[in-house]
Design a binder for this molecule. Structure first.
Ligand code: SF4
Length: 291
């Protein structure tokens, strides 16, 4: 495990956070100065970070354009019908303007009641005895309400249901981890509680590193990977998430095996893909292999 930590630290050190951030949905959040706007923009951006990245980026742009330069003022000062009007014609995958309006109307109510979404989350966290899954589930309940809409239930997933809830976990990471040029550290909660947002890249690379053997992105998978990472830093277990995820997003670690890329990878000495290729007597030199 010490060797893995050493290589993960190497990955973090060589990650060009600024240029990677420009290709990440968190970049939208950094376009706003006020924390009250950033947490609203973060909610929109994380919730729509689903499907093709380019199309998700366009959808986030459209949603933000509908709210103007002060999204928090609009969200907290509008009712659901007014927000629906702003988002009329909006569509991203299975989501429509009415779903965004419903979520944001409830987010506005949380801000009016608690002062910020972060304060609301802190209250949920206290009421959940510090159990992150339950705190996040209470936040999801508050943002979704008792809806029967399948799309709205998909837009704001339920951590109690067993899926990894990647977008909620991602939103929490952005809001909770200390400001480092990517995450913002806006919410009054320590990062030790966070769960890694598991997408296909994190799942694949975590399996390569032996952080999990699970094949699907479930809540249990996220807990297992986070538990392994907690051994490296119990106070900030998801600090490697951004660099690991972008290793996949950038295709420096492609989903199809490519040992020519592995040759350049700082993780190769602790990665099963590379180690297996070295151990195999039939393996040809990197670059000659049929992958
Ligand atoms: S060694 Fe290759 S497979 Fe392993 S993490 Fe790096 S690029 Fe991905």
């Amino acid at each position: 495990m010490d060797r893995i930590q050493e290589h993960l630290d190497g990955l973090l050190a060589e990650c060009d956070m600024e240029s990677r951030r420009r290709r990440d949905p968190v970049d939208f959040v950094h376009r706003y100065r006020e924390s009250r706007d950033q947490e609203i923009v973060g909610l929109i951006s994380a919730s729509l970070a689903f499907g093709n990245a380019v199309s998700a980026g366009r959808s986030i742009d459209r949603a933000l354009a509908a709210l103007g330069p002060e999204p928090s003022r609009i969200v907290t000062g509008s009712d659901e019908a007014e927000l629906r009007h702003r988002f009329r014609g909006f569509a991203h995958r299975i989501y429509r303007g009415e779903h965004l309006a419903a979520m944001l109307a409830r987010a506005g109510a949380l801000v009016r009641d608690h002062g910020s979404i972060g304060n609301a989350f802190a209250a949920f966290h206290d009421a959940s005895d510090g159990v992150f899954r339950e705190s996040l589930a209470r936040l999801a309940d508050a943002l979704r309400g008792e809806t029967q809409s399948r799309s709205l239930r998909h837009l704001i997933s339920d951590p109690r249901a067993g899926s990894a809830c990647k977008r909620l976990a991602l939103y929490a990471r952005w809001m909770i981890r200390s400001a480092d040029g990517v995450d913002l550290g806006l919410w009054p909660i320590g990062p030790s509680v966070l769960l890694i947002p598991v997408d296909t890249h994190i799942l694949r690379i975590s399996r390569n590193l032996g952080l999990t053997n699970r094949r699907t992105a479930t809540w249990a998978t996220a807990e297992e990977i986070t538990a392994a990472l907690r051994e490296f830093d119990s106070e900030d277990p998801v600090k490697y998430d951004f660099a690991l995820c972008h290793l996949g997003v950038s295709r420096d670690c492609p989903s199809r095996r490519d040992l020519t890329k592995c040759e350049q990878c700082v993780l190769r000495e602790v990665c099963s893909v590379w180690k297996t290729s070295r151990a195999s007597p039939s393996a040809k030199e990197p670059g000659q292999l049929r992958l």
